[in-house]
Design a protein around this ligand. Structure first.
Ligand code: GTB
Length: 216
């Protein structure tokens, strides 16, 4: 059954692949699963019909037969568990891949999101500079620790897995701030992720929405 995602009709990132439907599209492309996309306006995201699928009025959602999911961690894990290719067969390696997904969304993503929200919504506040310094301190520590762990490996734990997909997607949102420049191995990690054909297809599909031509 072909799943359906929801995504922004008009993404504030102008198709740079930063909205969270990108990680779901990428996972689907990695496993070779076709999908449909239902685009939503900001008004439609507040409608009862959408709130039934996503109680917080956000995108993306994932519908597949009688299954509806929200939260990209849960969606991407479901995709990885339902298809071959993103989770190792070995039980321990599988648990570690899932651990890296959680590390991406629970440990690395929060300061990245906080920074981007501060830049977007609090830039004019007199205390913003101080706040950004505090966020950057945490962010640099997280990235430094990740960079040390990764070392000169290609991926976080053996072959590319759903843990790398989530981590790379999270890191991409930080790249524009320049904070990754101090960590060449993380920049190279992202370049490897972006070079994956599945990533390129997912990126092109979401960019096409912004450019007004449907690639779905
Ligand atoms: N924890 C949820 C998940 O992972 O599914 C978070 C989902 C989420 O934050 N969705 C955002 C949303 O719907 C879109 S992706 N926001 C509307 C709202 O909360 O009212 C976040 C996002 C938005 C814009 C950019 N950008 O412009 O760069 C980047 C990321």
């Amino acid at each position: 059954m072909t799943p359906t995602l929801t995504a922004f009709e008009s993404s504030p990132d102008r198709g740079r692949g930063l909205a969270r439907d990108m990680r779901v599209r990428w996972a689907l492309e990695e496993v070779g699963q076709a999908y449909d996309v239902r685009l939503l306006s900001f008004a439609a995201m507040r409608e009862p019909a959408h709130l039934k699928l996503q109680p917080f009025g956000q995108i993306p959602t994932y519908e597949e037969g009688d299954l509806t999911l929200f939260e990209t961690g849960a969606i991407v894990l479901h995709i990885a568990e339902s298809h071959a290719g993103l989770l190792p067969a070995d039980t321990n390696a599988r648990a570690r891949a899932i651990m890296w997904m959680f590390a991406a969304v629970n440990t690395v993503e929060p300061p990245i999101v906080e920074r981007s929200m501060a830049m977007m919504l609090e830039r004019d506040q007199p205390w913003c500079e101080q706040r950004l310094q505090m966020i950057d301190k945490t962010l640099r520590k997280r990235l430094g620790d990740l960079s040390t762990y990764l070392g000169d490996a290609d991926w976080l734990d053996g072959p590319f897995s759903v843990g790398d997909l989530m981590m790379a997607n999270v890191l991409l949102r930080a790249r524009g701030s320049g904070v990754l420049d101090a960590f060449p191995n993380l920049a190279a990690y992202l370049a490897r992720a972006e070079a994956r054909p599945a990533y390129k297809r997912a990126f092109a599909a979401q960019l096409a929405v912004f450019e007004g031509r449907s690639a779905e």
